[in-house]
Every structure is written in C-alpha cells, then in structure tokens.
Design a binder for this molecule. Structure first.
Ligand SMILES: NC(=O)c1ccc[n+]([C@@H]2O[C@H](COP(=O)([O-])OP(=O)(O)OC[C@H]3O[C@@H](n4cnc5c(N)ncnc54)[C@H](OP(=O)(O)O)[C@@H]3O)[C@@H](O)[C@H]2O)c1
Length: 329
C-alpha cells in the first residue's frame, strides 16, 4: 500500500496517524473541511483535499482524485456515513473505521471483539447527535463494516478505549495532570482501584496502520494500553512523570456526597471497570508504549500546551471540603 487517505487528520488521533503514515513511507492525503489549523501545511508529503465528509459527492471526488490504497475514517459519527464510505471506497485495499470501546453494550471484564455484545441502535439514535447515543451509533457503524466485508469490501474496525497523549483536545488527562502539578493532596473517588482503560494516542495510530496492512476484513480490533492503570496508579504515574510527589486521598460516596459531589463528577472514574482485551491486535504484531513513557510525553505536551482540563473540574472548593471532612474522621 502506497497512498493513504485520512478522513480528518488535523486534530488528535488523525494527526498522529498522519505522522505515523508519513514515517512509514505512505503518500498521505488528508480530507477535511479546513476549519481547524493544518499542522502539516508545510509538509510536502501530506496533501490536503478540502471537503465535508457528510457530502458523498465530495468523498467520491476525493476517491477519484487520490485513488487511495488505504482509507482511514476518523470522523464517522453516524452509521449512514459508514454506509456511504464503505460503498465509495469499496475498491481500496483497506477501509479502516475508527469506532470506539463505547460500542460495547455489556459490562464484562475484559470486553472482547466478537464475544461481548455491542450496543443496539434504535432508529432515533441512528441520526441523533447526543452523547448518550454515541456508543450505539459507533456500534451500528461496526455492523455496517461487517456487512460491507461480507460483500467483499476490505473493511475493518478499530475500537480505541479513551485515548490520551499529546494534542488531546478533550483535556481529560489534563485535568489530572493539572491537579498533580498544582496540589499536594489529590482527591480520588472510591478506593483508588477503579479502572477505566485508556489508549496512548501514538499506539492508536500504529494500530490503525497495522490493521490496514495486516487486519482481516470484517474484523474489529480493540486498542488499549497493554498495562491498564487504576485511577490511583494513574495519579502516581503522572506525579513520577512530572517529577513531583502527591498524596492520594480516597473519598467514598458518603464523604463526596457531604461536599455535594459523587464519583461521576471525576473524569476517568467509572463504577464498573472498563477493560478491553487487546490480544487480537497484539496478534498482528502490535504493542503499546510503556505507560511511564507515554505519561512522560503527555505531561511534557501538557506543559507546552494551553490546556488545563478545567471543563472536567468538579470544583477545588468542593474537594477541599472533602479533604477537611476526611481530616476530621
Ligand atoms: N478521543 C478519544 O478518546 C476517542 C476514543 C475512541 C474513539 N474515538 C474516535 O476518534 C475519532 C476522532 O478522532 P480525532 O478527532 O482525534 O481525529 P482527527 O482526525 O485528528 O481530527 C478530527 C478531524 O476531522 C475533521 N472533520 C470534522 N468534521 C468533519 C467533516 N464533517 N468532514 C470532514 N472533516 C471533518 C476536522 O477538521 P475540520 O474541522 O477542519 O474539518 C479534523 O481534521 C472519532 O471517530 C471518535 O469517535 C476517540
């Protein structure tokens, strides 16, 4: 495969994917609306085609102009977009749909491709934009991929769990980095053993390329760090990467409630563990960056960037109340 078309490509996962593809010798074309800055503007190895992916005509023209060997679909949020893409790019050697771990509809440890149930998607959800229907829409996109593969299209799906790393505009990890860098005592809900599996972004990029090169049509591949961290371990890894020390303070539901908080107010906290089995991807030769290294790169990028995760902040005043309640126990 020589030519890759990346639908998206300028923000986070797609941006790392473009870098990975270029490093691996691909001619890369990014397809997007041009609303976000193009970090590859001065890179002659990355061409830009302007267009909106919801416009099938624009995707068709891009396909005709580029004749891509591999297509990576980073911005398919509605199943009909996957229907259109699997039809338009049916001649490519690989079409890789960026799905999500949120596509799983059953709580199991770990969640396995082909075994753990996917979310159902109602007719209303198919065209909905809400966060609640995100998992169902991603799951339906997966079913579209499987259906296309059964008709001979070389379509695959990749399901990353929560992605973190440089240029993460969701700022979820930034919240925790900000806490660790600015306070000596950090409130962690529960007993610290909560697990919400995450995937380092450069590893997601490698996974997408490997699936295009080695994956089997009609197959979904989970992506997540080979070593999943508990929330408490996450805070300590951040502190190690930041070269600082913090005291992790556990707060149960009762202490949190006394300050008007609950576990769900904390990003990365989830009552039931979310862990994806990544052995299918590992069988393709994929591995993940050691978490210490991934965290060091994330902390370094956080310091260079203007991101503080404030939108995820449950409120330091409320946390201070939790700390004083705990101090009096
Ligand atoms: N972040 C996570 O934790 C996570 C986890 C699992 C799955 N995912 C999946 O990862 C994908 C998002 O990745 P990303 O945002 O990091 O990718 P990205 O490819 O780096 O950035 C998104 C790109 O899509 C372009 N875009 C947005 N709407 C478009 C449209 N209608 N037509 C053409 N281009 C459009 C944006 O540029 P313009 O605005 O200039 O068009 C931008 O280049 C999604 O499919 C999401 O479901 C994310």
């Amino acid at each position: 495969m020589d030519t890759a078309l990346v639908v998206g490509g300028t923000r986070f996962i797609g941006r790392h994917l473009v870098s990975d593809l270029v490093e691996n010798g691909y001619d890369v074309v990014i397809f997007n609306r041009g609303n976000h800055d193009n970090p590859f503007e001065d890179d002659a190895r990355v061409r830009h085609v302007e267009g909106d992916r919801t416009d099938d005509g624009a995707l068709r023209s891009a396909n005709a102009a580029v004749e891509p060997d591999a297509v990576f679909d980073c911005v398919a949020y509605k199943p009909r977009e996957v229907v259109a893409a699997t039809e338009i790019f049916s001649n490519a050697d690989a079409y890789v749909y960026v799905s999500s771990g949120a596509a799983y509809g059953a709580e199991e440890i770990p969640k396995r491709e082909g075994i753990t149930e996917l979310c159902p998607c109602s007719d209303d959800q198919l065209t909905d934009d809400s966060a609640e229907s995100y998992g169902p829409r991603k799951a339906e996109g997966d079913r579209v991929v499987f259906d296309a593969a059964s008709r001979g299209v070389d379509a695959m799906s990749v399901r990353p769990t929560i992605v973190y790393g440089p240029h993460d505009y969701t700022e979820r990890l930034d919240y925790w980095i900000d806490r660790v860098e600015n306070y000596d005592r950090v409130v962690v809900p529960g007993d610290g053993t909560n697990v919400w599996h995450r995937a380092y972004v450069e590893d997601v990029a490698t996974a997408l390329r490997l699936v295009a090169e080695e994956g089997e049509a009609g197959t979904a591949y989970n992506v997540g760090d080979r070593r999943a961290l508990t929330l408490e371990e996450t805070v300590h890894e951040i502190a190690d990467a930041a070269g600082t020390d913090v005291e992790v303070v556990h707060a149960g539901e009762r202490e949190l409630a006394a300050a008007g908080l609950s576990g769900d107010d904390f990003v990365f906290y989830r009552d039931y563990p979310h862990l994806l089995d990544t052995s299918e991807l590992a069988a393709l030769g994929w591995d993940s960056t050691p978490v210490g290294e991934a965290m060091a790169r994330s902390v370094e990028d956080h310091r260079d960037a203007d991101r503080d995760g404030a939108e995820h902040d449950p409120g330091r005043d409320a946390e201070e109340s939790v700390l004083s309640i705990l101090d009096t126990l």
